[in-house]
Design a protein around this ligand. Structure first.
Ligand code: ZN
Length: 356
């Protein structure tokens, strides 16, 4: 499969006029022609109200990921349908056992969070314990978000901060992560939000998530992760959409789109059972139009689009993270370690702890 995320075509109308067809119309048309929405959730960040996506499921619950039921496995009412690490406080799932929740959370969601790395702090994504602080392994750089703004601490001469051009330029390095496991986190979230009666189409996919070898080239999925980033203060609510192909269409079976804060991710959900028939074909997939394309204000903000290859199952070390932050007000304090530690205390953050 080959993806060409956005294309521009010119259509010749009968009147003889050449009318430009915008990218967004073409993208929207692709989805209207080929797909139906089977899940769509937008959740608020305030939490408080728990919503179970599979309300109709009754006891005894059966886990959609391991197929086991009570009492063989335990069920709590605490299985997040979308990772809590990216801000989900309200969407939950009954048909996921405690063991699978822990296992996939630990193995996969943690790797996705590592991929985002300092991005979760910069975009102020509220995780389990509020907005995560970011610190480098050597302890020479630390970034916290307080209710007043960012507090950034750095050992002098460390070189990860640059204030030229009236912006704060961050040059950081992410923690080591395994790209394929970050991809599996997205797949896991997609399979958590699909309706119960759709799960059986993804039997092989679930076995693959559980670590089994599948007789299908799963790389065709993980090599094409679409990522969008839009600048500015938290523009996007947490939302998840799953699409299923319309009958008889020659496109991958399912598409998953996830948006939160400044990020948008889109994948083809692996589905060997339904996608084997596309073997040997070249298919063009478009980016699913979102708020970013439609909202007048967002449309004009700085944004980026990339296609990531997350097929490697080897640890990826030292991936760089570069971002520019705009600020309205900046105060710079330079001093000895004890002065800075006092300042950190006053700001309500932990002081920098350089190693060595
Ligand atoms: Zn389970």
């Amino acid at each position: 499969m080959i993806y060409i995320p956005r294309t521009t075509k010119w259509l010749k109308r009968e009147s003889g006029l050449i009318t430009p067809m915008t990218k967004i119309e073409e993208q929207a048309d692709f989805y209207l022609q080929n797909y139906d929405v089977i899940s769509k959730y937008v959740c608020n960040h305030t939490g408080g109200h728990k919503e179970f996506l599979d309300k109709a499921v009754t006891k005894p619950y059966r886990c959609r990921f391991c197929g086991k039921s009570e009492p063989e496995v335990k069920f709590t009412d605490d299985a997040h349908a979308i990772s809590e690490l990216i801000g989900n406080k309200s969407l939950f799932l009954k048909s996921e056992c405690e063991a699978c929740n822990k296992k996939f959370g630990r193995i996969y969601e943690d790797q996705f969070a590592k991929y985002l790395g300092p991005g979760r702090t910069v975009t102020q994504t509220k995780g389990k314990n509020g907005i995560p602080s970011y610190k480098t392994v050597d302890g020479k750089f630390r970034m916290d978000v307080t209710d007043k703004g960012f507090v950034i601490q750095e050992v002098a001469g460390n070189g990860r901060l640059d204030f030229s051009n009236g912006e704060i330029q961050l040059q950081l390095v992410k923690d080591t992560y395994i790209p394929l496991n970050a991809f599996k986190a997205l797949v896991f979230m997609a399979l958590s939000v699909i309706p119960e009666n759709e799960v059986s189409a993804f039997d092989e996919t679930i076995r693959w998530l559980n670590g089994e070898e599948i007789c299908f080239n799963m790389k065709i999925y993980s090599q094409y992760v679409m990522e969008r980033f839009i600048a500015g203060a938290k523009p996007l609510p947490l939302s998840a959409v799953v699409l299923r192909r319309k009958y008889g269409k020659e496109v991958p079976y399912s598409i998953f789109s996830l948006e939160f804060d400044n990020y948008g991710f889109q994948i083809v959900v692996p589905c060997p059972k339904e996608d084997y028939r596309l073997d040997g074909k070249t298919i063009t997939i478009h980016a699913l139009p979102s708020m970013i394309d439609i909202d007048e204000e967002l449309k004009n903000r700085k944004q980026s689009f990339a296609i990531r290859d997350w097929s490697s199952n080897k640890p990826l070390r030292g991936e760089s993270f570069e971002m520019n932050l705009h600020y309205e007000y900046r105060e710079e304090i330079t001093g000895k370690y004890s002065d800075v530690a006092d300042m950190a205390k006053q700001e309500g953050v932990k002081p920098l702890k350089p190693k060595g």
